[in-house]
Ligand binder design. Structure first.
Ligand code: F6P
Length: 325
């Protein structure tokens, strides 16, 4: 079937670089004489009929902006049979031949379910600060988020050193420790607690005792949001009960990690993903996610992309154990 109209949307947690990607999709579509429809508020907007026609000017001056001009949402209704039917009816009514979705694993799980019932070619673009999708080495927004965290950690380190304090800093990552690992290594944190590993209080206390013995006057412990210890406040309390040597403070960085101007890396990644997605769709590809493997653009089966989270770089974690003495 010849594709004349392509719809696109952003879904799930926003990530810096989504706008650069939207721009690339719109302009690559227009360049190929296709009609481009933006859907606002992700799958929810698909159900509610929030469709807007876009042209080259709709995406002027957005490459540098965080967030998403199309807005985003996590739609529970889309995962119901009636929600999907409404969404499909709206897509058909607007003569939409193919869809490009920018989002994370929840977004692609939705696309996989949708395609079991209805047949519309889907291409997924990995857009999440978590960098946790199997089948791609990179997801849009991760670089900016890690840099935001590192900038905050540099500041926390200044005050930690000034007061001789131990800081527990909680960063995002419900299921994935990628942000915690990269920001921890990049900022020289003493310990990094990840959802992928069980928190061991004895080990953690021994590490702090060791640090005290080595005359470390201040320490930073990064806690990923999804760590099994139950968050930075709870872990800090548990440690205090076992080793009350350092004056302790807790900082939860929260949603500042998702906003801000995208880094150069995310502008370029968003641009590459967007143009490649349109090109592949026009070549007849469907139900695939675009991604990077060995620095090259690749296509991965959507089903494979959502099967499991990408593995953590255990080498990087082991480096931190060597360097944080
Ligand atoms: O998936 C991106 C992410 O930022 C996760 O790291 C975090 O756990 C979650 O979204 C937070 O979602 P919300 O903004 O809905 O609270």
């Amino acid at each position: 079937m010849k594709i004349k109209t392509i719809a696109m949307f952003t879904s799930g947690g926003d990530s810096p670089g989504m706008n650069a990607c939207i721009r690339a999709i719109v302009r690559a579509g227009v360049f190929n004489n296709k009609k481009i429809i933006g859907i606002r508020h992700g799958y929810q907007g698909m159900i509610d009929g929030e469709f807007i026609e876009m042209n080259s000017r709709s995406v002027s001056n957005i490459i540098q902006r965080g967030g998403t001009i199309l807005k985003t949402a996590r739609s529970k209704e889309f995962m119901t049979a009636t929600g999907m039917k409404k969404a499909y009816t709206n897509l058909k009514q607007k003569n939409i031949d193919a869809v490009i979705a920018i989002g994370g694993d929840g977004t692609f799980k939705g696309a996989v379910e949708f395609n079991k019932k209805y047949s519309i070619p889907f291409i997924g673009i990995p857009g999440t600060i978590d960098n946790d999708l199997d089948g791609t080495e990179y997801t849009l927004g991760f670089d900016t988020a890690v840099n935001t965290v590192i900038e905050a950690l540099d500041k926390i380190k200044d005050t930690a050193a000034a007061h001789d304090r131990l800081f527990f800093v909680e960063v995002m990552g419900r299921d994935s420790g990628c942000i915690a690992l990269w920001s921890g290594v990049g900022s020289g944190a003493e310990e990094i607690l990840l959802p992928e590993e069980k928190t061991n209080y004895t080990k953690l206390v021994n590490k702090l005792k060791e640090s005290a013995k080595r005359k470390k006057t201040s320490c930073i412990i990064i806690v990923a949001e999804g760590d099994d210890g139950g968050g930075a406040f709870k872990i800090a309390e548990e440690i205090k009960k076992r080793f009350d040597y350092y004056d302790t403070r807790v900082t939860v960085l929260g949603h500042i990690q998702r906003g801000g101007n995208p880094s150069a890396m995310d502008r370029i990644a968003g641009t590459k993903f967007g143009v490649f997605a349109v090109q592949q769709l026009l070549k007849g590809q469907k139900n695939k996610m675009v991604g990077f493997k060995n620095n090259k653009l690749v296509l991965v089966d959507l089903k494979k992309a959502v099967k499991k989270h990408s593995p953590l770089d255990k080498n990087l974690l082991s480096y931190n154990k060597i360097l944080s003495i």
